[in-house]
Design a protein around this ligand. Structure first.
Ligand code: ADP
Ligand code: ASP
Ligand code: MG
Length: 437
């Protein structure tokens, strides 16, 4: 069985929903994961923001506007009145639910529940539209099988068991529709897999079921060799190894959720990135094959903070690095890049929520310097030691960019630079110019 995920733009209008319905209705049994219609999750975030700021009037105005838009969508989507009315009832229940938060005390649980409504709407609309077409379709509620643990990580044992049980109970359908992004947490409350998390849902389902393939359908023809929002003339990369794709996703290639490749890689299920607007384009295949001899792609991750700890006590001492790393572990903050010298260590983090106590502790180890608004530039490709000259090509491309850190050798397929955010566009453009032209 294949798992197909369609992102927000792919289901962003009644016409697009109809296109996706045509695309998936090919007689092959499949599970289809849907995002919310594009813009919806952002609107839900806005509603939650107004409620947090104790401004229920503005929240209500946004909810009413969203309701009008959705009712226009379903008028265009359905030709059958019964199906239209049934869907209108489901949407109305959802909008009533959103309004119900206006009078209640606002907390994190309320916010998570609000954010979940977009995927609930899109999947109900698609399921009912497929029913109208006479397709043998079943809606699988993600909240019945998708779960994260106390650390916010997917509870894979729970997901495997419950997903299989639900599918067993609902055998014999051609198409199963389910919500991306949303899940339950260890307390049983509604939660989510973080923004862009529908990719993660698809990969978790695909690996739980050992699917034949996971397809991520989006608005571009696969993983490009650089960020198309910043660099002109980028081109799709036809094939990537799981590790290369994981690296690009983690370091900013927005086409994939940062951690979604991991489960597919562990289960050995290939992932294909495809374009809903151009279904016949080959896209990108992500699998276990490492094709060598070239640099494949570049990505950038912003909002990085660099921390340098300099101490003469590090000279010839043992246990200094352990002490530093333990501080980050204590405050549950993961480190992205690390470089060391005989008298100091530089590292980068993307989560600064615990930076105050971290810096307090680090100051006991040495002199501490902090740089905010930094950016990691990640170059991915065949960078094994034997491939002489690739690293120098990359560093030559960066000749005019001030560099704070360089990391090479952590794996065979990556070299990363830490630069100022304001130099990101220049760096990405220079890398494309030197490496791919
Ligand atoms: P979806 O809503 O389908 O999940 P996203 O907006 O999350 O789609 O991801 C697709 C977008 O990712 C593209 O439109 C593109 O602008 C952006 N993007 C950033 N980096 C890359 C890259 N290296 N290759 C392809 N797309 C990228
Ligand atoms: N709808 C969610 C978001 O906008 C999840 C997703 O689209 O992947 O972040
Ligand atoms: Mg996305």
């Amino acid at each position: 069985m294949k798992i197909l995920k369609f992102g927000g733009t792919s289901v962003g209008s009644p016409e697009r929903i109809k296109n996706v319905a045509d695309l998936i209705n090919d007689g092959e049994q499949k599970i289809v994961v849907l995002s919310a219609m594009s813009g919806t999750t952002n609107t839900l975030v806005e509603i939650a923001d107004y409620l947090r700021k104790r401004n229920p009037e503005s929240a209500s105005a946004v909810i009413n506007h969203l309701r009008t838009t959705y009712f226009q969508h379903i008028e265009k989507l359905f030709s059958n009145n019964d199906m239209l009315n049934a869907t209108a009832q489901i949407l109305d229940d959802i909008f009533m639910h959103l309004h119900s938060f206006a009078g209640a005390t606002f907390n994190e649980d309320a916010e998570k529940s609000i954010l979940a409504q977009g995927e609930l709407m899109s999947t109900n609309m698609m399921t009912n539209y497929l029913k109208e077409l006479g397709v043998n379709v079943c809606l699988l509620p993600a909240l019945d099988y998708m779960k994260i643990d106390e650390n916010g990580e997917p509870d894979t044992a729970y997901i495997n068991q419950h997903l299989r049980e639900i599918l067993d109970k609902h055998r014999g359908y051609d198409i199963y529709i389910t919500q991306g992004f949303i899940c339950r947490n260890s307390g049983g409350g509604i939660d989510n897999l973080r923004r862009g998390g529908s990719d993660y849902t698809a990969c978790l389902i695909g690996s739980a079921l050992r699917a034949d393939e996971i397809q991520i359908w989006t608005d571009i023809d696969g993983m490009h060799n650089n960020d198309p929002r910043v660099v002109e003339g980028t081109t799709p990369v036809r094939q990537l190894h799981f590790e290369e794709a994981a690296e690009l996703a983690y370091f900013g290639a927005k086409i994939l959720h940062p951690t979604c490749i991991q489960p597919a890689r562990f289960a050995g299920v290939p992932v294909r990135l495809l374009n809903t607007m151009e279904p016949s384009a080959p896209g990108t295949l992500i699998n276990n094959v490492m094709t060598g001899g070239c640099i494949k792609a570049v990505a950038a991750k912003e909002n990085i903070t660099a921390i340098k700890i300099v101490s003469s006590r590090m000279l010839l001492a043992t246990g200094f690095l352990r002490k530093v790393f333990e501080i980050f572990e204590t405050y549950n903050t993961s480190i992205d890049m690390v470089t060391t010298s005989e008298v100091g260590i530089s590292l980068s983090i993307d989560n600064t929520s615990r930076i105050v106590p971290i810096l307090e502790e680090l100051k006991k180890c040495g002199t501490v310097e902090v740089d905010h608004n930094m950016c990691i530039i990640c170059v991915v490709g065949d960078l094994v030691m034997e491939n002489i000259g690739f690293e120098s090509q990359v560093t030559q491309a960066m000749a005019d960019v001030p560099i704070r850190m360089i990391s090479y050798g952590g794996s065979n397929h990556n070299i990363s630079f830490l630069i100022r955010e304001e130099d990101k566009a220049k760096a990405l453009q220079a890398l494309s110019q030197h490496l791919f032209n």
